[in-house]
Structures are given as C-alpha cells and as structure tokens.
Ligand binder design. Structure first.
Ligand SMILES: [Fe+2]
Length: 388
C-alpha cells in the first residue's frame, strides 16, 4: 500500500525520512493484517458495519476455494490505509480450523509491502530467519504478485508482498466485491502492532527485527523501573526505516498484579499479536461511533483527569479535558508533542487481541506515560477508600 497521501500519513502515524537504497531489507509499509477467526462471515460483517471498513474482495467456495472464507476489508484512503483479511475455515480439515482451535480469534500474518521480495528473503536467510515460503509468483488476469513468508514470534508470520505489477483487489484467487462501509469510517491507517512474547524473549525478538529486517529501536521502552511497580510488562519498540511499520514487543514482568501478558500467553497458547493501534484523525468521533455500536473500552478513573499533577502533565490539548474525560480518552506527552489514545476490551472470546485508537499530535511515543499515570491514579482512589 504505497500510493497513499503521504502528508496525512506522515501526521497520522509519525513517518520519518528514509532512503531505502541503503536498507538491506527495505519495507514500504503494511500490506495486510490477516486474521484467523471462528466465523469469518460475521467478523467481516462486524468490521464493515462497526469499524466502517469497505469490503473489497472475497474468496470462498463460490470462487473455487473450498478450504476457507476470506474477506478483504479496507479503511482509509483509496490504495492506502489499512487492509484486513478475515479468514475462517469452511472445510473442517482446514489448517485454519486447527489454528483457531489453538489460538482463538487472532492475527496469523502481519504482511508487509516490500519493493524486492527476493532481496529481503536473501537477507533474512543470511541473518538466520526461518523461511516459511520461498519467493514465488501468483498470476491472474490482473497481473503478478511476488510473495514469500518468514516466521515471526509464535505462529505469527510475515508474508512479504510485492504487488507493484498487480492491479487486482488483493491476491489471485480473490474476486472483487464492492460493499462499502456499513458504518462511519473510524480510522485511516495502522499505526503499530504489538507482539507479546514469553518472559525473557523480548530482547531476542528486538534483535530479530534489527538483524533480520533492519529495523531500528525507537526511543520508548518500558524497563524494570516502571514494569515492576505498575505495569507488569516490559516493552521495547522497533520500527522500519520510514517508521511506517512499528512493532512494540512486550514480555511479562513480575509486578504488583498478575501480568496481563501472562494471561495473553496462556489464552493465545503462546506469543502473538496483542493489539493493533488504529490511527484516526478524530478520536472523539471514532470513540462516539464505536461506543454507539456497542464497542466497549477500558474505563479510565475520573482521578486521571481531576488530579492536579496529571492535569499539568496533560497540558493543553486540542479539546477541553472534559471532552476526553467524558470518553475515557488518555493523553501522553513528550518533548515532540502529545497523543490521544484509548483501548478496547478484547475483541474475541479469549482475553487476547484488542484494539487501540490513537490520534498523534507530534508525539512519536506509544503512551508509556499512561502506565504509571493510570496505575497511580487508581492507587490514589484506592487510598481514598482506605484500601491501599
Ligand atoms: Fe499501543
């Protein structure tokens, strides 16, 4: 998805200048987030009607695919924005049925748009990555797509896609469908995808993305100082050269509370994608739309907004704080600017993958300040009740 309005994207997801010529594993951006779910038909309907995505392509028994359903949905600019592919088994013997039995609803593939699949795979192989699929072409009347796949954490994979010689709606085997969003558009781009990995594995995966894919560390990390006190997780962030693709990686930490990462690892049966941050130009409208459609968000205590210390930290943002408070939207601020964010409750039946909505105003962070702020705010309330 390269032909995007670069100005709006730059703001939405915080892009930086980058020369792909001196990149051993150049990445243009996201290609698709491929989900495996228990009911692709209903899930696709949900993303169309609730999250305001357009259905653009379909694969299934009617198109000669007797194994599974695949629904391709997009949000954001034409030829850009976000592509979700929702897949679910039709044939009980489909590998997708087994994937779903093991992991529940989740992200199986974070596919990346690359200009040179073969160069990427050669570099990945030399760096010791596990190649799941060698480079190969798929062709139909719309042209040719070149693809390969490498293994990431757990059962997650990165398919590498060069669709520069292809004009179809997704991949050969998919037929165009034109069903516009059934609800209001709520997001325009994908900001980051967070991976949860096992205790002690975070640095190993940071190293993987640096070594294999040439990603670089972003400044934000949550170390033991914050982790052990408040969040029960440790986190580092790696990003592609242009910062289009950002992967925070979490591992559990021993904290005051049972680790949310441990819970994920237990119910997902291993490492996997924990949350997808959807970039929106208007988080207030997005939250109102989603909430009206029944999407549940994590609650934020009133003290988060009323506490003078926190109020000072929030500073001046584009709307009155009362508007944020009414919706439970969080603010994080750094030297470059601020961001507004909010998290949904888990998306499926298991306490695993969920969504974040994020509206950036200069900040390149991920909301680290909210870890401490939120837990401190909760503790102040606890203390008021005499329970701390
Ligand atoms: Fe996030």
């Amino acid at each position: 998805m390269t032909t995007v309005d670069s100005n709006s994207l730059r703001e939405l997801v915080g892009l930086v200048a980058h020369d792909p010529a001196d990149d051993s594993f150049p990445v243009n951006g996201w290609d698709a987030v491929v989900w495996v779910v228990g009911n692709a038909t209903l899930t696709a309907h949900y993303f169309r009607t609730v999250f305001g995505m357009d259905l653009v392509a379909y694969s299934g028994p009617e198109t000669g695919n007797r194994d599974h359903h695949g629904y391709v949905l997009t949000s954001g600019p034409v030829n850009g924005g976000v592509r979700f592919v929702i897949t679910g088994a039709v044939d009980p013997a489909s590998p997708l049925a087994e994937h779903h039995r093991r992991h529940g609803d989740g992200v199986a593939d974070i596919a990346l748009d690359v200009p040179d699949v073969d160069r990427c795979v050669a570099h990945a192989r030399a760096a010791g990555a596990r190649i799941l699929q060698e480079p190969h072409d798929l062709t139909d009347e719309h042209g040719t797509v070149r693809l390969a796949a490498i293994a990431a954490y757990g059962d997650t994979r990165h398919t590498l896609v060069d669709r520069s010689h292809y004009s179809g709606p997704y991949l050969p085997g998919y037929q165009p469908r034109s069903q516009p969003a059934g609800g209001e558009r709520v997001f325009q781009a994908l900001d980051h995808v967070v991976g949860n990995v096992e205790l002690g594995a975070m640095d190993q995966w940071v190293d993987f993305y640096r070594r294999v894919m040439g990603f670089t560390n972003m400044a934000e990390f949550v170390g033991e100082d914050i982790a052990t006190e408040y969040s029960a997780l440790m986190s580092k962030v790696v990003a592609s050269g242009n910062h289009m693709v950002k992967f925070p990686l979490n591992e559990p930490a021993q904290g005051k509370r049972a680790s949310q990462i441990d819970e994920f690892l237990r119910f997902y049966q291993g490492p996997g994608a924990q949350h997808l941050a959807l970039a929106t130009a208007d988080i207030l409208a997005a939250v109102d739309t989603l909430r009206a459609a029944g999407v549940e968000f994590l609650a934020t205590p009133d003290s988060y907004y009323d506490d003078p210390e926190l109020r000072a930290r929030i500073g001046h943002v584009r709307v009155p704080v009362s508007e944020l408070k009414a919706r439970g939207i969080l603010v994080d601020r750094d030297e470059d600017g601020y961001l507004l964010q909010i998290f949904t409750r888990p998306f499926g039946d298991r306490p695993t993958v969920f969504f974040e909505l994020i509206e950036r105003h200069g900040s390149a962070g991920f909301g680290k300040g909210n870890f401490r702020a939120l837990f401190e705010a909760i503790e102040r309330e606890q203390a008021l009740r005499g329970n701390l």
